[in-house]
Unconditional design. Structure first.
Length: 149
């Protein structure tokens, strides 16, 4: 039996994107949720494993090892190259993601400061307009009541 929704806010695209970037248990932002990082790390792992495999195979055959031994060593070398490429790509993307977050933080701070300045300007204009209206009302723009009787 499905649980009934208790009528909260409807999910928005922003909320869905924010939930996707944060780990479910609240550990923070993850590279596995970063689309460019995930793609580039995958590419690096593939190329790292392939290049290490080919280099070890070439070196093993150059040392006159038989094909089965050369391939065995090349597979082990490919696995090691895969892991090394993964570690390097993770380190690089961790720094890139932190730099992107810092850039976004600075951009948001500048936007908030600009909005605060705009609000202060609007408040000053409204106060000046209210003062001008009050001055015009007190300066004789309103006729004095005529006594009757």
């Amino acid at each position: 039996m499905a649980k009934k929704d208790k009528g909260g806010d409807a999910p928005t695209e922003v909320m869905a994107a924010a939930e996707g970037a944060v780990a479910p248990n609240g550990d923070g932002i993850r590279l596995s949720a970063h689309p460019r990082a995930r793609r580039h790390i995958g590419i690096a792992k593939g190329w790292g494993g392939l290049i290490a495999f080919l280099v070890v195979l070439k070196l093993s055959r150059g040392a006159a090892l038989p094909w089965p031994d050369a391939i065995e060593r090349a597979v082990v070398g490919g696995v090691i190259g895969y892991v090394v490429a993964w570690a390097i790509a993770q380190t690089i993307w961790r720094h890139v993601a932190l730099a992107e977050l810092e850039q976004l933080r600075k951009k948001l701070i500048l936007m908030a400061e600009d909005q605060a300045e705009e609000r202060e300007r609007q408040i000053a204009e409204a106060r000046a307009a209210a003062a001008a209206t009050a001055a015009a009302a007190n300066a004789g723009g309103v006729p004095e009541p005529v006594p009757q009787g």
